[in-house]
Design a protein around this ligand. Structure first.
Ligand SMILES: Nc1nc2c(ncn2[C@@H]2O[C@H](COP(=O)(O)OP(=O)(O)OP(=O)(O)O)[C@@H](O)[C@H]2O)c(=O)[nH]1
Ligand SMILES: [Mg+2]
Length: 211
């Protein structure tokens, strides 16, 4: 897929204020600091599009980016950020869970996993939650430039094995590096393919809804 345009549309804390669900949408989520915003910038080829930071917890809102006037990338706050109070964390979890569970145009949850780490409980729990909700997801392993390809393959294999204790089959996996532009064609190719099957939810497709 060629990226012709990528623009920031809105930041939200309220589900009711999200753009109408008339275009296919992909949510990028993972632990705080895993590299979500960097990956979005790498995929779109726009360095400053999503704000990145060395301090975990940078992304605090649901951010919508419109790509090629045709589909959305959504940058979500990272989970597992220790320095947020417990009640705030619960509020966030609820908000994100509602978004993921109810968003009609959400085509796939892109779960980002740090390729340097052994399977983390919080990542596995999140994948299991997606499974319980019947939400489609893929795994994107990040920061592959930080170690050898052999080590990355080992991490991927361990994660798949851990998932197979609760899943019958493992989802599609992508290995990426935002530093080295690794995995860009693969991830965009996947999105492009899913986009072709998108249908506008019936209500929004009616003349009434279109105004
Ligand atoms: N070497 C390397 N560093 C990366 C890569 N991706 C992200 N980083 C670094 O990791 C840090 C966090 O990146 P972000 O993209 O801000 O992470 P995030 O997941 O959006 O973080 P929050 O919004 O805080 O949850 C930054 O210092 C990035 O430069 C990568 O592929 N390779
Ligand atoms: Mg971020």
């Amino acid at each position: 897929m060629v990226i012709k345009s990528a623009e920031f549309i809105c930041s939200n804390t309220q589900i009711s204020k999200l753009p109408p669900p008339v275009k296919p949408e992909y949510a990028f989520i993972g632990r705080s600091n895993v590299g979500k915003s960097s990956l979005i910038n790498m995929l779109t080829g726009k360095k400053g599009l999503a704000k990145t930071s060395q301090t975990p917890g940078k992304t605090q809102l649901i951010n919508h980016f419109l790509i090629n006037d045709n589909w959305y990338i959504v940058d979500l706050p990272g989970y597992g950020y220790a320095r947020v109070s417990k009640s705030k964390k619960e509020d966030w979890n609820k908000f994100i869970q509602t978004y993921l569970d109810k968003r009609e145009s959400l085509q796939c949850v892109m779960v980002l996993i740090d390729s340097r780490l052994d399977p983390q409980k919080i990542d596995l729990e999140f994948c299991n939650w997606l499974g319980e909700k019947g939400l489609a997801f893929v795994l994107i392993f990040t920061k592959a430039d930080k170690q050898s390809a052999v080590k990355t393959d080992q991490t991927v294999a361990k994660f798949k094995k851990a998932l197979l204790t609760t899943f019958d089959e493992v989802p599609q996996c992508f290995i990426t590096s935002s530093e080295e532009q690794l995995g860009r064609d693969e991830v965009l190719g996947f999105i492009s393919q899913v986009n072709t099957g998108f249908e506008v939810p019936p209500y929004y497709d009616s003349p009434l809804a279109r105004g």
